[in-house]
Design a protein around this ligand. Structure first.
Ligand SMILES: O=C(O)[C@H](O)[C@@H](O)[C@H](O)[C@H](O)COP(=O)(O)O
Length: 276
């Protein structure tokens, strides 16, 4: 399955947007969006392995993000040409995590393990989960600091220049008010320059979380925003229309090489050029 470019939308965005225009892909519905994103993801990871020997992906929670992982696991059963990923050579990171006990169903890690990681056999040493609340850190701030240290160690081991390893693809869901990872509108995290931040009093439960900050997200080679449903359409249009990142956090994420918005028709519904 190939991605369907939102050509008309991109053309119209180019007329109104300053700077590089993100890629916009529109699929008819959430299921087709998840399948298309899964197919594109395995192709991208296989391509990264062909160049670097390893690949790395940053995962998101959320309905679409988890559906993508389920489809990736299906594709791994019978890989198509160009989509044969060596799962023992994939580093897995997270964009955000709920600071709850490890076996809590709210953990993004738990969902990702069930949907994909345990099924394809990513080695434990390559699954870099953010700490759970029962992992020995009393406060989310300590957990955030530890994760930043883990990222810096991986970067150093890989000979990277800065404090972060290479992220080939960083997946993000988006909330109806435009939050990405656990960076919510108006929250301290929107102005926090640290790579990993603790989040308290999150408006969406659970209230305590750990999240990558904008500075880390924007080091990814490619950032893919996976968004479905009419309820997200206004935030998508605001984000792509250049809203302030403190009001619509999704407006503030960019990949080094590409920023791709993978939408279904509902989520794309308020973009200029939609339906033309
Ligand atoms: O931690 C969270 O609260 C979720 O991970 C959240 O950030 C999610 O990714 C978006 O709300 C999109 O979720 P859906 O894809 O389910 O709409």
């Amino acid at each position: 399955m190939t991605l369907t470019p939102g050509d008309r939308i991109v053309e119209r965005l180019a007329e109104t947007t300053e700077g590089p225009v993100p890629d916009v892909v529109v699929e008819p519905d959430a299921e087709m969006l998840a399948r298309a994103a899964a197919s594109a993801l395995v192709a991208r990871l296989a391509a990264a392995q062909a160049v670097h020997g390893t690949a790395s992906v940053v995962l998101t929670g959320g309905g679409v993000g988890t559906a993508v992982l389920r489809h990736v696991a299906e594709l791994a059963q019978e890989p198509a040409p160009g989509q044969d990923v060596d799962w023992t050579a994939v580093d897995v990171w997270w964009g955000d995590e709920r600071f709850v006990p490890a076996d809590d169903d709210e953990r993004n890690e738990k969902g990702a393990r069930e949907a994909l990681l345990d099924r394809v056999g990513v080695p434990a040493g390559r699954v870099h989960a953010m700490p759970a609340s029962d992992a020995g850190f009393a406060e989310p701030e300590e957990a955030a600091e530890w994760y930043a240290g883990t990222l810096a160690d991986a970067a150093r081991d890989a000979g990277a220049d800065g404090p972060l390893p290479r992220f080939d693809v960083l997946l993000l869901g988006m909330g109806p008010e435009g939050h990405v990872a656990s960076i919510f509108p108006g929250a301290p995290a929107v102005a926090d320059e640290r790579p990993v931040v603790a989040v308290r009093d999150c408006p969406k439960p659970p209230p305590t979380r750990v999240s990558l900050g904008f500075s880390a997200i924007s080091t990814a080679e490619e950032v893919w925003l996976l968004v479905s449903g009419e309820g997200k359409a206004e935030a998508v249009a605001r984000a792509l229309g250049g809203a302030d990142r403190s009001e619509v956090p999704a407006a503030g994420v960019r990949g080094r090489q590409a920023t791709r918005w993978l939408l279904d028709a509902g989520a794309a519904g308020q973009l200029p050029g939609a339906g033309e």
